[in-house]
Design a protein around this ligand. Structure first.
Ligand SMILES: [Zn+2]
Length: 673
């Protein structure tokens, strides 16, 4: 059997030949690719000549090409188009991959070559990027435990392997709880909702074969339901099901997994000589220490909480005015907030929505990239992994830059949230490769024949993920390990959050926010209302986010808690969490923190980046033009093209000349005193 995953791909742009790939191909391809990678590593490690940058570090950069191909296809499918078979494969693969990386980090001959180079680094005549790649390579070996030996090395290996299994299980439990629950809506309950929510509920009912409209736990459906349904009993039922994901008892319960994960992380940090996991994790980030993170979060927490408390009092009065006694509950907030938005800003999400067509918003995100960075986009007809996927070739000055893929609609087989990943990262050495970048979202799919309409939040998500894609596509470095979004975690959200600002530029909405039926541009009055309401309910969204970030930090500082749910309750009590606001991600659903190491003690990263994005957009405002070409060029030359080839602080200073304070962020969120 020829396995398409292991062939040379002769497709356009060497994109994966999805139409030929079957699930049966993955296990044997992974097996072969892992062996090939280990053989390449062994060749590098067992060389008899003295180590040089080229024969060791650059050779490592070039090793594992087959593995990259297999994994990029597999993880794209596992995240965006999962099946029970693919979930089973993912469970099988995670310990194999963990063992594979452990084997590389345990290769003492290889580590010795890297150490020799590190000791001689000042005499090697390396350029800046090479010096940084050497430093990062060595640091990843040290942090993985390569300098450990004997029983400590064995323990590290066991800890990492168990963590990989737990991370996969956590996500799969969550997906299961999310996909199994739905709530049928009576015709009466359905017709009380705006058209777009009705459409989404009917489409969800079709997908579930429920024989009618339903509410599911997909964020793109449950949030508008909570916003618009006047039926308090149904809101309460749906909210409680949403809040209970991963905490329903039985096989899919994530609370035990969370506790075990935190203990293992503590062990891992202590084996490496750190006081706790937060210190270990933050060492490589811009923030550097837990104290710096807490400082920022608490500077934002106080004004956000005050703001939210004032809002809560107003919403509770509205509840009482409806003849309901008692306290404002978490399932009431979005509903009364939407009523208040209509009253105060006269902005009705249902009125706004026909102007936010998915296709026009995609055009808007492309048009801004053309004006700022000279990128051009041409549709490509490629067989991809799902019919909903679309692809474009990205060019600049007639030269191929990248392939961009958009997979926008929610479906049961897709995990929730939105993300950007590179199926292939940019590099020039040892071989030239151009990026293949994918944006995955969970926008409600319209029933057939109707245009896809977005909420304003959805449109922001689209711009956000496209900002990550630009970071990949504009990357211009030598080595893939420092290309694109391979940067500090608290810097990676800068390009994405910065790009959201262009959605708010009035001339962008004026051009691209056109009505789905009439084609008319959004009326000036509505446009003004949208922009005026941009900071509406920021107390709520800041509180739900910062609370999650503070709980994440507390989980990883000091000794791991015996009971994470109790720890969560303690943190929330200490900061005075408003009772009618839930955490954006409570512990049993906190995939950022428990699906893997990515955002563990790192959920604050979005806010760290936001301090910079608010300040960075001000550079365009100071230049007097959101498309100022000199500022755009400086942004591309420093932040967007450099990936992780330079220190993040150095890149930001090169763009802006100084580091920002928290003021621009508070102003941008409407929370400034
Ligand atoms: Zn992001």
């Amino acid at each position: 059997m020829t396995n398409p995953l292991l062939q040379d791909w002769t497709t356009p742009f060497q994109i994966a030949p999805f139409a030929e790939i079957e699930d049966e191909h993955f296990a044997p391809a992974l097996d072969a690719a892992l062996s090939a990678h280990l053989a390449e590593i062994e060749v590098i490690a067992s060389r008899v000549d003295a180590p040089t940058f080229d024969n060791t570090i650059e050779a490592l950069e070039g090793a594992g090409a087959a593995l990259d191909k297999v994994l990029s296809v597999f993880f794209s499918l596992a995240g965006a188009d999962s099946t029970p078979k693919r979930q089973e494969l993912q469970r099988d693969f995670s310990p194999l991959l963990s063992a594979h990386s452990s084997a590389i980090y345990a290769n003492t001959a290889l580590f010795q070559r890297i150490e020799t180079l590190w000791d001689a680094r000042d005499t090697l005549d390396l350029n800046d990027e090479q010096a940084r790649v050497l430093m990062l390579t060595r640091r990843s070996f040290i942090r993985a435990g390569s300098a450990l030996s004997g029983s400590e090395a064995d323990e590290m290996k066991e800890v990492k392997s168990r963590l990989a299994v737990l991370g996969t299980q956590f996500v799969q439990n969550l997906l299961k709880d999310e996909s199994e629950w739905f709530m049928p809506l009576s015709d009466e309950a359905l017709t009380e909702l705006p058209d777009f929510v009705q459409d989404a509920a009917r489409a969800a009912g079709e997908e579930k074969n429920a024989g009618g409209a339903v509410v599911t736990l997909s964020r793109s459906l449950i949030v508008p339901f909570l916003q618009f349904s006047p039926r308090r009993d149904l809101r309460e039922k749906a909210y409680n099901a949403w809040a209970a994901r991963g905490a329903n008892g039985g096989e899919t319960d994530n609370r035990g997994i969370a506790g075990e994960t935190l203990k293992l992380r503590e062990t891992r940090a202590k084996l490496l000589g750190y006081p706790d996991f937060a210190h270990y994790k933050l060492e490589t980030e811009m923030a550097g220490t837990p104290d710096a993170v807490r400082d920022l979060l608490m500077q934002v927490w106080q004004p956000a909480k005050q703001h939210a408390q004032k809002d809560a009092a107003i919403l509770e009065e509205m509840l009482h005015a409806d003849g309901i006694k008692g306290l404002l509950e978490p399932w009431d907030w979005r509903y009364y907030s939407e009523q208040r938005r209509k009253a105060e800003h006269d902005l009705d999400e249902a009125e706004l929505k026909p102007y936010l067509q998915l296709d026009r918003m995609i055009e808007a995100s492309f048009s801004c990239a053309t004006r700022l960075f000279g990128l051009e986009f041409a549709p490509l007809d490629l067989p991809l992994y799902h019919n909903d996927c679309r692809a474009w070739e990205v060019m600049r000055d007639g030269t191929h830059v990248a392939v961009f893929i958009g997979d926008y609609f929610a479906r049961g087989s897709k995990r929730s949230g939105a993300w950007c990943s590179a199926m292939r990262g940019q590099a020039k050495k040892p071989a030239k490769q151009t990026p293949i970048v994918i944006n995955v979202c969970n926008f409600a799919k319209p029933s057939s024949g109707k245009p896809a309409l977005l909420s304003y939040d959805d449109a922001r998500t689209l711009f956000h993920e496209f900002g990550h894609a630009l970071h990949q596509m504009l990357s211009d470095v030598d080595y893939e390990s420092v290309s694109g979004t391979c940067v500090a975690r608290d810097f990676v959200e800068l390009p994405s959050q910065l790009y959201e600002h262009w959605l708010e530029v009035p001339e962008v909405l004026a051009e691209f926010a056109t009505h789905a039926q009439t084609g008319e541009p959004m009326p000036q009055a509505l446009l003004d209302k949208v922009l005026g309401a941009a900071t509406y309910d920021m107390g709520f969204s800041t509180v739900e986010y910062v609370a999650s970030a503070l709980v994440d930090l507390a989980f990883h500082e000091g000794n791991a808690p015996d009971d994470p749910m109790q720890k969560q309750a303690e943190v929330l009590a200490k900061i005075g969490m408003p009772r009618a606001i839930g955490m954006r991600h409570a512990t049993p659903q906190f995939a950022h923190v428990f699906a893997g190491d990515g955002y563990s003690s790192g959920y604050y990263s979005y806010m760290w980046s936001e301090v910079m994005d608010a300040d960075a957009f001000e550079a365009f405002e100071e230049a007097g033009d959101p498309f100022d070409s000199a500022t755009a060029k400086r942004l591309a030359d420093t932040v967007l093209s450099s990936g992780g080839s330079k220190d993040a602080t150095e890149l930001y200073l090169a763009f802006r000349g100084r580091m920002p304070g928290v003021e621009a962020l508070l102003k941008g969120r409407g929370l400034a005193a």
